[in-house]
Design a protein around this ligand. Structure first.
Ligand SMILES: [Zn+2]
Length: 133
């Protein structure tokens, strides 16, 4: 994952995230980790479960309401929380940059920082400006 050593607690968090994502019975295996002051609040995977808050229309006109991993944990977020998004494949990692729908919810939630894995399993970081609304 990262080049520097992870402590055992972090290792367990990422292991749990991978387990959830790989076993989600979806085509894509994504996990999101919501943290508050560094502590894990919630780990969620993308799921076929739906939630009315996250109903959205795609460019082709079809509607989706199954939850992406980010949506799955944003339900429990508070302003100032941080989010890590990881996408796993059977062999390794894949790009986990949040989609436009998730980004809207991330901004609205007051999340201040998003990290996501790229196809090499390296972290990319985004700092979110707080909404003034
Ligand atoms: Zn998304």
């Amino acid at each position: 994952m990262e080049h520097h050593a992870l402590d055992s607690r972090q290792r367990r968090v990422y292991h749990r995230a991978r387990e959830l994502a790989i076993n989600n019975e979806r085509q894509y295996h994504v996990a999101a980790i919501l943290r508050r002051k560094g502590r894990v609040v919630r780990i969620g995977e993308n799921t076929s479960k739906t939630h009315p808050r996250f109903k959205r229309q795609y460019k082709d006109g079809t509607w989706g309401s199954h939850m992406h991993a980010e949506m799955n944990v944003l339900r429990f977020s508070q302003p100032g929380d941080t989010l890590e998004v990881m996408r796993f494949t059977k062999k390794g990692m894949a790009m986990a940059k949040p989609c436009v729908h998730c980004m809207q919810h991330i901004v609205q939630s007051g999340i201040t920082k998003v990290s996501y894995t790229d196809e090499n399993g390296q972290w990319k970081h985004m700092h979110i400006k707080r909404s003034t609304k």
